[in-house]
Design a protein around this ligand. Structure first.
Ligand code: 13P
Ligand code: ZN
Length: 275
């Protein structure tokens, strides 16, 4: 089967396009990776080349040995993904040790996978183990309002989670485990990947201060929807803060507890502190 005709490729391209249209991917900002199923790998096997050299990942991910990923290329623009996916994307294979990758398809004009490959793969490794293989999508975007909040809110999981939850009733239902926050770090390496994957052991969302957001999920829809919900809530909070630093009305801790009961979600008490 042609790689471009597969459902996973079409879902990937749609997600990249949706993110671009929402303004989260200026220039080459953001990156996306998808862990392919064995069936999907099989379905495109005769279209994969094995001429590219093995290259160090820059991280050790033994839990992903032998897996295949569809990923965005470094320096590639999300706005070009639907127009020229073969130049912007690649399928990579990892070696059994989870230390090297090789390009099996795509990047026809040259290039390499996203510079955030260590973060993506370390997050995939954590999520694959934690969800029994259910999570397959890791998404990094530069959503404006969430980034703006990293300049004015304390950079703690507790404050970010609580403030985002208060801005939209759906939030505690969509991300009941909360969001993790990481202070500013140099992007593109193993160190930020280690910190992000630590947050991913507890959350499906990790905010990088003054930079962007990582989300994890089982499908393109679920992962995109998570990013969208976080960013929508952040947008409301930015508007509220632009009007006044003091909310007159908001959702109270006991109201969150009632919501948790009715919607059958567990909300950690650490986010329901008295103000
Ligand atoms: P890449 O172009 O290497 O994917 O980098 C974009 C980015 O957002 C870095 O954090
Ligand atoms: Zn980025």
């Amino acid at each position: 089967m042609k790689v471009l005709d597969t459902k996973f490729m079409q879902g990937f391209i749609k997600m990249a396009d949706d993110g671009f249209r929402l303004g989260w991917h200026e220039r080459n900002g953001g990156n996306l990776s998808y862990r392919m199923t064995p069936h999907e790998v099989d379905s495109v096997k005769e279209r994969l080349s094995d001429h590219a050299p093995w290259t160090p990942i820059g991280a050790h991910v033994p839990g992903l040995g032998g897996e295949y990923f569809l990923v965005t290329g470094s320096g590639k623009f999300f706005r070009n993904v639907p127009v020229d996916p073969e130049a912007c994307l690649c399928i990579i294979e990892l070696d059994e040790a989870g230390e090297n990758y090789r390009i099996r398809w795509g990047l026809v004009e040259g290039g390499r996978p996203t510079s955030e490959l260590p973060s993506h793969l370390m997050n995939h490794e954590v999520k694959k183990a934690m969800t029994n293989g259910l999570h397959r999508v890791i998404y990094h975007a530069h959503p404006t309002n969430t980034i703006a909040l990293t300049f004015v809110l304390p950079l703690t999981d507790e404050v970010f989670t609580r403030e985002l939850w208060e801005m939209a009733t759906e939030c505690p239902v969509v991300f009941p485990e909360g969001v993790g926050v990481i202070g500013w770090m140099v992007p593109g390496g193993e160190a930020i990947g280690i910190e992000t994957s630590k947050k991913m052991q507890e959350y499906n969302v990790a905010v990088w201060a003054h930079h962007g957001v990582f989300c994890s999920g089982s499908t393109f829809d679920e992962t995109f929807g998570l990013m969208h919900t976080v960013e929508k809530s952040a947008e409301i909070l930015c508007k509220v803060l632009a009007i006044t630093p003091n909310k007159l009305n908001t959702i109270q801790p006991d109201e969150f507890r009632q919501l948790a009961k009715d919607f059958h979600v567990e909300l950690p008490e650490k986010f329901l502190y008295e103000k």
